[in-house]
Design a protein around this ligand. Structure first.
Ligand code: ADP
Ligand code: MG
Length: 235
């Protein structure tokens, strides 16, 4: 019964996210559609056309950002749970974000020690790491150091993501994970951290944050391990 309750909760979290995503994507698409309709009207002046086209573009970019924060690794399949090795998933996400880190002149140090497996949804865990690492890189607009570690402890798999970026005030840290909270203006969705917290909670993990303005930020995540030898029931 307990396992069933856990799974139901996981599914609820996923369904809630699904509803939020379609809302977040529909808004910019509806706006873009409005401008496309205006463009279809024959008597629209040339200058207006250029303006409408750039508005269509920025609305589509905003939809694209929402998709990136929620759905980068989603496959059109039902949530699938399996044993996951966090060091492998971190390596995967770092590889994907290497070009992005280069754009920001961010140097990445990987200290990935093998950790015991945890049990959960691989795509979601990747999304969670992607959002954290992306934020870390974005916090270093003129370059810096990003250190990503996996650390084995007897009962937990631990992940540390440390940047030398702009850091956060106490107030900013308190608001982390609040939907739409962003300090990045039109370049932010304010959804990335909400997705991170929702995923970590669904996986019975824990997040700690330390930050200092002008010095940097460290996120420490822990997840209960679930070795492959101890198969959970009914899965
Ligand atoms: P977005 O990245 O779209 O702004 P997020 O939900 O991913 O939205 O992050 C919310 C806010 O949290 C960011 O706008 C930023 O102010 C703050 N933040 C998150 N991670 C970091 C970090 N590593 N360093 C500094 N600030 C951060
Ligand atoms: Mg973000």
């Amino acid at each position: 019964l307990r396992e069933h309750v856990v799974k139901t909760r996981r599914l609820e979290a996923v369904e809630q996210m699904g509803a939020a995503i379609s809302h977040e994507i529909r808004n910019p698409l509806t706006t873009a559609m409005g401008f496309v309709q205006l463009l279809q009207e024959e008597d629209t002046y040339y200058e207006k056309r250029t303006e409408y086209l750039s508005l269509v573009k920025s609305e589509l970019e905003s939809a694209e950002r929402v998709i990136q924060d929620y759905l980068t690794f989603s496959k059109p399949s039902i949530v699938s749970l399996s044993h996951i090795y966090l060091h492998d998933e971190l390596h995967h996400v770092i590889k994907i974000l290497h070009p992005f880190a280069n754009q920001y002149s961010v140097e990445i140090t990987e200290k990935l020690e093998p950790v015991s497996s945890i049990y959960g949804d691989r795509q979601k865990i990747r999304q969670c790491f992607l959002n954290l690492v992306k934020n870390a890189i974005e916090s270093m607009p003129s370059g810096g150091q990003l250190t990503i570690e996996s650390i084995a402890t007897p009962l937990q798999a631990m992940v540390r993501i440390e940047d030398s970026g702009v850091g956060m005030t106490k107030h900013q840290m308190d608001r982390l994970g609040e939907p739409y909270y962003s300090t990045k203006g039109s370049k932010g969705t304010g959804l990335g951290m909400m997705v991170v917290y929702s995923i970590v909670r669904a996986m019975k993990g824990n997040i700690k944050v330390h930050s200092k303005v002008g010095k940097g930020t460290v996120f420490i995540l822990t997840f209960p391990i679930q070795p492959e030898s101890s198969q959970p029931q009914n899965s």
